[in-house]
Design a protein around this ligand. Sequence first.
Ligand SMILES: [Zn+2]
Length: 218
Amino acid sequence: MEIELELPEYLRTWSEQVDALRKVGRIFWKRRWSLGTSSNYSVVVSRDPTQLLITASGKDKGQLARGDFVVVDQHGQPVQENQPKSSAETLLHCVAAENPEVGAVLHTHSVWSTVLSDRFAPQGGIRIEGYEMLKGLAGVTTHEQSTWLPIFENTQDIPSLAEKVRAAMQDPEQRLQHGYIIRRHGIYTWGRDLNEAFRQIEILEFLLECLARSAVLA
Ligand SMILES: [Zn+2]
């Protein structure tokens, strides 16, 4: 398939970020975390006002063209006309980016997050503890620390889901630190920059696969 490499005018300033997100798409597609048009990725390209560069709706993530991106404001609205439609889940990226320390948000539709979300839904989330790989997550320094990934019911009503996620992120009791899962759907995580968000999703996917495979062997 021929990939369109010309950068549209509205993305000229963000050429590097566009190519970095296209690379993320190719890698995630190869790892089967972003098959077809599933998933969406963003980077914060401006603060004050907050603006995000995010994947456009309905694009093959393994074959992202340079024009398959949109720049939106903190409410998920396009900052310029004549851009493609942004991902249906744009608001979830905006909610994560309300934290001024977040510079990139990644969302995948992986098999393990999908399968485990069903298994752990009655507990409201997944606690992962005791694995050395936890140390790959931001702020974790020993395998004795744990992380909690809350699970939200899937819905097509993204504004109401965004509200629930915001409430959970602001609730210190939840200690929602590294990400969350949407049931039978996929996982969201973030980082200070794209590299940190990338590492984070890589580690979380590894840990979820460990949990699932251990359950199979048990
Ligand atoms: Zn999704």
